[in-house]
Write a protein that binds this ligand. Structure first.
Ligand code: AFP
Length: 366
């Protein structure tokens, strides 16, 4: 299709806005600021070592650690700064929150404050940066509480603790062989490809839908000894393939970059699991609810897929903390619903004295 016939992100947003005649344009401007941040990050990622952005963030004390207790990569810090600088001045936000910042970020006094909250993981998949594997940014847009908008007050952590069903927009940028922006504004999911010559996101994947059926699952199998019984059962059945209850063979994938996994699933179906496990009782999951699980959940549900904790729909979970972690399962609806069924069934009691109830798995416990 000739470039002149393609729709830009700006055109798309203006056409979407026509559904809301009294819209102020603030929302569109916010999405375009987020897209600009993603373009700037895409450029830094593309230059890699040529831009000196690979490797750990050598803070004064020799390597920085973020609020998650994880080593910060230079690109984590840079990407966080880019999101802040591109979004703090526009007057659309009451405040921001990020994986890389312990507390919410206030809008500086010299800028107007707006009616939205922006929550983001500026660079997901950091462990892949130095090995040149796709990484991404994940973002979620919430409405700020009325009093925060009316008073123009500083935001608090509590303002962000809204269930994912309250998101007004969500999406991700994928810095892969091509840079793509996947966006939902509550009316389906659309994919945009960055034209490197124009610097514009062009609509290339309108109306994306997650295929309902799949033969591909993604999980970090090195954690198998920590999985709960329903997850072990699901994975065992996939591994048993044609010879087992599923009656078909499965493929397994694990990129260790959730955004890349989400995109594969959006394009060809599949299921992603980073479930709650017993590896670290202090962590009820690896992924963060507000700026990883919820935005991906909105994209998946808007595209006809499903996202769950394994026990309940992700978008219904009421957050209790800004950096709360949670078990996450998302993808092709029939697979996620199967995993939820397995969690809902009565679990065999683990009576070590009685081998009849011993847990069985193809992943032998260590
Ligand atoms: P990083 O951003 O710290 O690399 O974490 C990426 C991530 O949050 C998610 O994108 C991956 O699916 C998951 O962690 C990978 O976790 P493992 O390294 O335990 O496989």
């Amino acid at each position: 299709m000739p470039l002149s016939r393609r729709t830009t992100l700006t055109q798309f947003l203006i056409e979407e806005r026509r559904r809301f005649p009294d819209a102020s344009g603030d929302f569109n401007a916010l999405i375009l600021d987020v897209a600009l941040a993603c373009k700037a990050i895409a450029r830094s990622v593309a230059f890699g070592e040529l831009g000196g952005v690979l490797g750990g963030h050598a803070a004064a004390e020799g390597g920085a650690v973020n609020v998650q207790g994880e080593t910060q990569q230079k690109l984590d810090v840079l990407s966080n700064e880019v999101f802040i600088r591109m979004n703090e001045w526009g007057g659309h936000l009451a405040g921001m929150a990020s994986e890389e910042m312990a507390a919410p970020r206030q809008i500086p006094a010299q800028y107007p404050r707006g009616k939205y909250l922006l929550v983001f993981d500026p660079l997901d998949g950091s462990s892949n940066i130095d090995v040149n594997v796709s990484v991404g940014s994940v973002f979620s847009v919430l409405r700020a509480p009325h009093d925060a908008i009316e008073q123009g007050r500083d935001v608090s952590e509590a303002d962000f603790l809204q269930p994912g069903s309250q998101q007004v927009a969500a999406g991700y940028a994928l810095y892969g062989p091509t840079t793509m922006l996947i966006l939902t504004v509550g009316n389906g999911v659309n994919g945009f490809t960055l034209d490197p010559n124009l610097g514009e996101f062009m609509l290339t994947h309108p109306g994306l839908r997650v295929p309902a059926e799949t033969q591909e699952f993604a999980i970090n199998a090195s954690n198998s000894r920590f999985w709960e019984t329903p997850v072990k059962r699901y994975v065992d059945e996939c591994l048993a393939g044609k010879t087992g209850p599923r009656g078909k063979d499965f493929n397994m994938r694990w990129i260790a970059s959730m955004v890349a996994e989400a995109h594969r699933i959006l394009m060809r179906g599949g299921v992603f699991m980073y479930p709650r496990d017993t590896k670290d009782p202090g962590k009820p999951g690896r992924l963060r609810l507000l700026y990883e699980a919820n935005p991906i959940a909105m994209v998946m549900e808007q595209a006809g897929g499903r996202a769950s904790t394994g026990r309940e729909p992700m978008l219904g979970v009421v957050p209790t903390a800004l950096h709360q972690r949670i078990g996450l399962v998302f993808g092709s609806r029939s697979e996620v619903e199967r995993i939820e069924r397995y969690h809902a069934e009565p679990q065999p009691c683990k009576d070590p004295a009685n081998p009849l109830f011993a847990e069985r798995s193809l992943f032998r416990a260590a």
